[in-house]
Design a protein around this ligand. Structure first.
Ligand code: RB5
Length: 150
């Protein structure tokens, strides 16, 4: 699995913490920055990772900013991206089981490192349940198609 990862300056510390977890899970990743503490604009990094997931050039993505809110707003604008902001393990699990989330957003200034690592492990190891949840995802796809025609 190829994973694209990105963050802004508020997410960089947590990004460094979770990269070893991706290694532990044998997940292949590519880092799209930022890689310094200098203040940057989260849409620049959110756009890159979200576009790769939207186009199928990355199987999944991870984005980190201070609250996770800015990155969530950016990511969910991209067709086919189902971004889930998770600050605890239950949401990480449900976002995979019910929403087939393909982009994990972490709030770098809110979540503690150990919880974040457990969120990442859970998010990557939980399958999509399908069934009635697939019907709901099909409805989201239909909304995307309708908006494309406007
Ligand atoms: C950066 O200060 C902060 O606004 C950003 O990381 C994020 O929390 C935005 O939603």
């Amino acid at each position: 699995m190829k994973v694209a990862i990105g963050c802004d300056h508020a997410g960089i510390a947590l990004k460094k913490e979770i990269l070893p977890v991706l290694k532990e899970l044998s997940v292949e990743w590519k880092d799209f920055g930022t890689n310094s503490e200098e203040s940057v604009d989260y849409p620049d990094f959110g756009e890159k990772v979200s576009e790769l997931v939207s186009k199928g050039e990355a199987d999944r993505g991870i984005l980190i900013c201070g609250t996770g809110i800015g990155m969530s707003i950016v990511a969910n604008k991209f067709p086919g991206v189902r971004a889930s902001l998770c600050s605890e393990v239950y949401s990480a699990k449900m976002s995979r089981l019910h929403n087939d989330a393909n982009l994990l957003i972490l709030p770098g200034r809110i979540i503690d490192q150990e919880t974040a690592k457990e969120v990442v492990r859970t998010w990557f190891s939980t399958p999509f349940e399908g069934g009635r949840h697939q019907r709901r995802l099909d409805k989201i796809k239909a909304i995307e198609e309708r908006l494309k025609c406007q």
